[in-house]
Design a protein around this ligand. Structure first.
Ligand SMILES: [Zn+2]
Length: 345
C-alpha cells in the first residue's frame, strides 16, 4: 500500500468509525445492528466480517467486489450489490458525464464508504481538479495515485501533480508534457499507451508525448515526431531503443534537431542505445556521457562524427567503417555488412 493510499485509508477509516459512533450516540445505532458481510477467502474459507473489519482490511475494489487483505497476504472478497457494482464501473471508467451524474442514494452508508475509500486516490482534471466523494468535489490536494484527464489540460496544471498513473481520455487536449512525471499510462484513442510510453495519433502522424519515470529499459514503438524533452521524466533509464534520433523521422525546416539530447536534457544514466532508423547527424549523441553501447545497425545515413562525443563508448555497431571515435578501438566486419568497434583499454 502506497503512502498516499495509507494516508487516505487512515482518514477514511477514522471518518467511518466516527460516523458509526455518531450514529450510535444519536440513537440511529447502526453499530448496534451492524450488518455482516460474507467474505470468501482465497484458501476457500468463508467468514462473516463486520463493516469495521471490511473497512480496516480494505485493499481495493472492482466489479467482482471488495478485496480484503489480512495477515499481510491473505486475500478475501466481499461481493458488492448491483448498485455498487454499477458505481464501481462508472467511477473506474472515463465517461465524465456518467461520473458527474452518478447518484449514491441507492447505496448503503457502508457502500458509500467503500467507494469513497476506493476512489479517493483518483483525481479528475476537467477545467480544475476534482475528486469523487459521493459526487465530484473540487480539490486542491494534488497527491493522487491516478489522474484522469478530460478536455483542455494546461501543462502547468500537470506539473504540480504527483501521481503514479496518468489516464488520458479521448477528450483530453494535452500540451507538451516535458517537466511532468508519471510512472504508468492508460489511454484511449487517439492516445495510445504502449511499452511505458504515451503517444498521440493525429492525421499528420504519431507523436511521442512522454515515457515512464520508472522505466529502466524502454523500447519505443514507431512514431513520426517526438516532443522536446519527451524522455525527461525517465531519469532511471539505462537502455533505450528508438525508431530514430531527434525530433522527427523526416526532419525539415529550421526546427530540425537530430540529436538524442532533444529528448533529454542529458542522458545521464543511459548506457545502451539502439537506433532502428532515420539519420544520425554530427554530434548526434553529444549529451550522453555514460553511454557504453550504441547499435545503429543498417542505418543508411550516419555522419562520421556522430559518436565522437561518447567518451565512455566501449561497443559500437556502425553501418560505416570510417567512423571518428575518441580513443583506441579495434574494428571488425560483421555478417550484416556493418562494423563493430570495440574499445581497447
Ligand atoms: Zn549491422
Amino acid at each position: 500500500m502506497s503512502a498516499v493510499k495509507k494516508a487516505i485509508f487512515t482518514l477514511f477509516a477514522a471518518g467511518y468509525a466516527l460516523l458509526l459512533c455518531a450514529g450510535f450516540l444519536c440513537g440511529f445505532s447502526p453499530a448496534a445492528e451492524e450488518s455482516r458481510y460474507r467474505c470468501v477467502w482465497e484458501n476457500g474459507s468463508v467468514t462473516m466480517e463486520s463493516e469495521g473489519t471490511a473497512v480496516r482490511l480494505f485493499a481495493g475494489i472492482s466489479e467482482e467486489g471488495e478485496a480484503l487483505v489480512r495477515r499481510g497476504d491473505e486475500v478475501g472478497r466481499i461481493a458488492l450489490g448491483e448498485e455498487a457494482v454499477h458505481a464501481v464501473s462508472v467511477l473506474g471508467g472515463t465517461d465524465l458525464a456518467a461520473i458527474a451524474a452518478l447518484g449514491t442514494e441507492a447505496l448503503s452508508l457502508f457502500g458509500r464508504a467503500l467507494l469513497n475509500l476506493a476512489f479517493a486516490g483518483r483525481l479528475f482534471y476537467a477545467d480544475g481538479f476534482f475528486v469523487w466523494q459521493n459526487g465530484l468535489m473540487p480539490t486542491e490536494n494534488f497527491e493522487a495515485e491516478e489522474i484522469v484527464l478530460f478536455g483542455e489540460v494546461p501543462a502547468s496544471a500537470l506539473r504540480r501533480m504527483k501521481a503514479h498513473m496518468l489516464t488520458v481520455t479521448p477528450t483530453a487536449q494535452l500540451g507538451a508534457l516535458a517537466g511532468c512525471s508519471f510512472a504508468s499510462f492508460r489511454a484511449e484513442a487517439p492516445y495510445t499507451a504502449e511499452g511505458d510510453a504515451l503517444y498521440l495519433r493525429t492525421a499528420g502522424g504519431v507523436r511521442l508525448l512522454t515515457a515512464s519515470s520508472e522505466a529502466e529499459e524502454l523500447i519505443l514503438g514507431e512514431y513520426d515526431y517526438a516532443d522536446r524533452g519527451a524522455l525527461l521524466a525517465s531519469e532511471k533509464l539505462s537502455s533505450l531503443e528508438l525508431p530514430f534520433v531527434g525530433n522527427a523521422l523526416d526532419p525539415s525546416g529550421t526546427s530540425a534537431d537530430g540529436t538524442l539530447a532533444y529528448l533529454f536534457s542529458d542522458g545521464g544514466s543511459l548506457k545502451k542505445i539502439k537506433v532502428r532508423g532515420g539519420a544520425l547527424v554530427s554530434h548526434a549523441f553529444y549529451a550522453c556521457p555514460s553511454v557504453e553501447e550504441i547499435d545503429a545497425c543498417g542505418l543508411s545515413s550516419v555522419a562520421a562524427d556522430a559518436f565522437v562525443d561518447c567518451k565512455g563508448l566501449t561497443l559500437l555497431h556502425s553501418p560505416r567503417g570510417d567512423i571518428l571515435l575518441n580513443g583506441n578501438y579495434a574494428r571488425e566486419e560483421l555478417p550484416c555488412g556493418c562494423f563493430l568497434y570495440r574499445k581497447i583499454s
